[in-house]
Design a binder for this molecule. Structure first.
Ligand SMILES: C[S@@+](CC[C@H](N)C(=O)[O-])C[C@H]1O[C@@H](n2cnc3c(N)ncnc32)[C@H](O)[C@@H]1O
Length: 289
């Protein structure tokens, strides 16, 4: 009898089954090089549920009555949640100097501004947007809705709590910390003035029913999220963004992301500080096939 239990490893077939199940759920695609990562991260779930191995774990993910909870739990293990306040300063300058003034004029009548931070991780992005709007100070009497959403339950909880450590402030000017945060619980808590503009939700970008409930947005930030998707998933998500934006609305992606080969439904607009995507009408294009 061996002294130690033999270690469990994903077989090629189990890897493909579980990888495809995850892919269809949330668009995250694990290539052959990520097999080890999936193997190590999911082994803890196999052990936790006292299962005999990955084949039984796959059956669990597919058929168990708690499968939805389990797949939600593994999102916490499989997503990359790196983020910080005031990330990608050039783009934020384009937002405050050019996009917001345009919106302030355009929406003068209904005095409502709706912005979605899709894949917001621990919340630094939607709170950054809120701080920038408050600093601009031109929206008194307006209804400002900033929706932050993420698939991972763990990061959504963190965003709702709104307490941050040093790493989140690596690109934050001191004056923002002074104005918008209060020291607490070994970190800094975002003040209510900012928090009141932001709603945080747990949401999978591939959940059409949830997305349909969001209502129209003026701007969508989806930065450093679609980088983890393959082309088919990117097309699905960008199509959902197109339907969620009002005509002329803006889509802001991360600096290493683009809509090349994905769709021609957005115009690339050259602003002083950055290039951004703007929703055009469908007569000029659509999803690239
Ligand atoms: C690297 S973080 C980006 C955070 C922030 N947008 C930024 O740029 O700093 C990517 C986030 O996308 C989320 N994500 C990945 N797939 C998702 C999906 N299908 N639905 C919703 N969120 C998803 C992850 O959970 C993760 O928190």
């Amino acid at each position: 009898m061996p002294f130690f239990e033999p270690e469990l490893h994903l077989t090629e077939e189990e890897f493909r089954l579980i990888r495809d199940l995850i892919y269809h759920h949330c668009g995250l695609f694990f290539d052959e090089d990520s097999k080890y990562l999936l193997d190590r991260r999911l082994l803890q779930r196999v052990t936790l549920h006292n299962l005999s191995g990955f084949r039984e774990y796959y059956q669990f993910l597919k058929y168990d009555r708690k499968k939805e909870q389990e797949i939600s739990d593994i999102m916490d293990l499989l997503t990359t949640n790196e983020t910080y306040f005031f990330r990608e300063a050039f783009q934020l300058r384009a937002f405050t100097d050019e996009i917001v003034p345009e919106l302030a004029k355009l929406k003068q009548r209904d005095r409502t501004l709706r912005i979605w931070s899709a894949g917001c991780s621990t919340g630094e992005e939607p709170y950054t947007i809120a701080m920038l709007l408050l600093e601009l100070g031109c929206f008194d009497g307006w209804r400002i809705d900033i929706v932050g959403s993420d698939i991972s339950h763990r990061v959504v909880q963190h965003a709702r709590k709104g307490v941050y450590g040093k790493a989140s402030f690596r690109a934050t000017e001191e004056r923002y910390i002074k104005r918008f945060f209060t020291e607490s619980e070994g970190g800094y808590r975002i003040n209510d003035e900012v928090r009141e503009l932001v709603t945080i939700s747990q949401m999978n970008l591939f959940d059409q029913n949830r997305l349909a409930l969001l209502g129209k947005m003026d701007v969508i930030f989806c930065r450093n999220v679609i980088i983890y998707f393959d082309e088919t998933s990117k097309k699905k998500v960008i199509e959902a963004f197109y339907n969620t934006l009002r005509g002329g609305g803006y889509l802001l992606l991360g600096h290493s992301e683009s809509l090349m080969n994905i769709t021609t439904s957005f115009a690339l607009k050259h602003l002083k500080n950055d290039m951004v995507y703007q929703k055009t009408d469908r007569t000029s294009g659509g999803v690239v096939t």
